[in-house]
Design a binder for this molecule. Structure first.
Ligand code: DUC
Ligand code: ZN
Ligand code: ZN
Length: 482
């Protein structure tokens, strides 16, 4: 069989296997895994790793922040940066504004994404105003193939525990996943006010303003809500040892609980917030950076499987008066834009600090960077793996290439990981068989990426929780989850 493209002689890595093979691609899909394959075009992958393209499942693109500030990256610059970082697909957020319908929200984001992305994309729908009309729109959202929601337990956009229960119940009914930003709002605002009132306004005071216990309390609470509804839940950007332990404990009980952490919690610390001048503002993100001890515990949870995904939480704001200092040059830490870029660095960091330093193996790298996201966000097996019939979303990596992290392709004018020596970089990235990036060059055009219609969350391996009070047999026949 003559293929459109053959990737020859590389080491193919999936979440469970490693083998040397040629990969034959036809019609945008993986058609053959074998030897001596022929194709119209051939990529020599000798001494390279051939892996599923990354799926970036947590990034903020063309999205207004809680403060109303537009992210620096749109779907063009954000997807280009993602592609240079080894990703074939990403799932940013479509954020509902209070009072807005879901239909209006999604059409806004369709307008922002459809002609711009160079890689395939979908959205998680952020719900900030889940009134009865909005909940009634959700079945249609699932039909469109948008099968994940995000909610906040803090910020003006937060939802109440009762609203969380409503959203989780709906997600569970249709096979979707609820994602949550878990921090106790009142603890944060109380701490922030106390610090500012006492004159502690510099960027570094962002760290104590959001104490670990605020994350731990919210994670504990939201896991309890998920257990009550027996609904799947993803705790995003877990930054504390206790938060990770709560996720691990709930999983060990069979609950449908999933966890995510991010490279910045694994590599940076609160001391970065104390850099000279205003530099600390570059490292303001939420939850805040913690300490070295936290890093090593989080790495252990990455290796042990507590975290299903390591995502960038790319929240891009420039280090100037359009971004970090949009509220003025001398404002207190509460008014500095909240977030860090990282979409291009996520996978090189996970490879270099994870695989090369022996903290995780290659199969875990693939699982954490692509396969688990595909399973959880309803894209498996057509994305996230190297299988016959799957989309040819492939990243070819040179595991021996060492470079010092510097400028990236996003629209942010700083890289929080600048100066780190990184070994292992993607050299060629394909989406559905089309080259997107090759040898440091962009090959794709804006609009080449298409919307991905997603399916149900894969809950295999977990049993769920079945509380007696929600069991009709124990509960005098009352059945509330029909
Ligand atoms: N939460 C995020 O997920 N991203 C940026 C800031 C935040 O609070
Ligand atoms: Zn968040
Ligand atoms: Zn985020």
């Amino acid at each position: 069989m003559q293929h459109d493209l053959v990737i020859k002689g590389g080491k193919v890595v999936t979440a469970s296997e490693i083998f040397v093979a040629d990969v034959g691609v036809s019609g945008g899909k993986i058609a053959t895994l074998g030897s001596n394959l022929s194709g119209d075009e051939v990529i020599d992958a000798t001494n390279k790793l051939v892996m599923p393209g990354g799926i970036e499942a947590h990034c903020h693109i063309a999205q207004e922040s809680g403060m109303g500030l537009m992210s620096a990256d749109d779907y063009e610059t954000g997807s280009i940066s993602a592609a240079f970082g080894g990703n074939s697909c990403f799932v940013p957020f479509a954020a509902q504004k209070v009072g807005q319908s879901v239909a209006e929200t999604l059409s806004t984001y369709d307008g922002r994404a459809s002609t711009k992305s160079v890689i395939d994309y979908s959205y998680h729908l952020i719900l900030t105003d889940p009134n009865a009309d909005v909940l009634a729109e959700l079945p249609g959202v699932f039909e469109r193939g948008i099968t994940s929601f995000k909610i906040f337990m803090t910020y003006a956009t937060r939802v109440s525990d009762a609203q969380i229960l409503d959203i989780m119940t709906m997600a569970r009914r249709y096979g979707g996943l609820t994602m949550v930003h878990a921090e106790n709002h009142d603890m944060l605002t109380w701490m922030s006010s106390a610090l500012v009132e006492n004159g502690y306004t510099d960027p570094k005071f962002h760290a104590p303003s959001r104490p670990a216990i605020a994350e731990e309390e919210a994670i504990n609470r939201v896991i309890s809500l998920a257990k009550l509804t027996n609904a799947p839940l993803m705790i995003v950007h877990v930054s504390t040892p206790k938060g990770a332990a709560l996720v691990a404990e709930a999983r060990s009980e069979g609950a449908y609980i999933f966890g995510e952490t991010c490279p910045h919690y694994l590599l940076l610390t609160r001391n970065d917030l104390d850099r000279s001048g205003k530099e600390g503002a570059k490292y303001i993100c939420s939850p805040p950076l913690r300490d070295k001890n936290t890093q090593s515990i989080l790495w252990r949870h990455v290796a042990a499987g507590t975290f299903s995904v390591v995502s960038s939480d790319h929240a891009p704001y420039r280090f100037d008066d359009t971004g970090k200092f949009a509220n003025g040059p001398d404002v207190d830490f509460r008014k500095i834009a909240n977030g860090m870029p990282g979409i291009e660095m996520r996978l090189p960091i996970l490879f270099s600090e994870g695989v090369m330093k022996g903290r995780i193996n290659l199969n875990q790298f693939v699982a954490l960077s692509s396969t688990n996201a595909a399973r959880l966000y309803g894209m498996h097996p057509f994305k996230g793996t190297m299988a016959i019939g799957a989309d040819a979303d492939i990243a070819i990596w040179d595991p021996n290439l060492t470079k010092v992290a510097g400028e990236t392709h996003d629209y942010v004018n700083y890289n929080p990981f600048e100066g780190m020596e990184i070994t292992g970089w993607p050299v060629t990235v394909l989406t559905r068989g089309q080259k997107i990036v090759e040898n440091d060059k962009l090959i794709a055009n804006p609009g080449d990426g298409v919307f991905v219609k997603r399916g149900r969350t894969d809950l295999s391996g977990l049993t769920g929780t079945h509380l007696p009070e929600t069991d009709p047999i124990y509960n005098f026949g009352a059945n509330i989850f029909t």
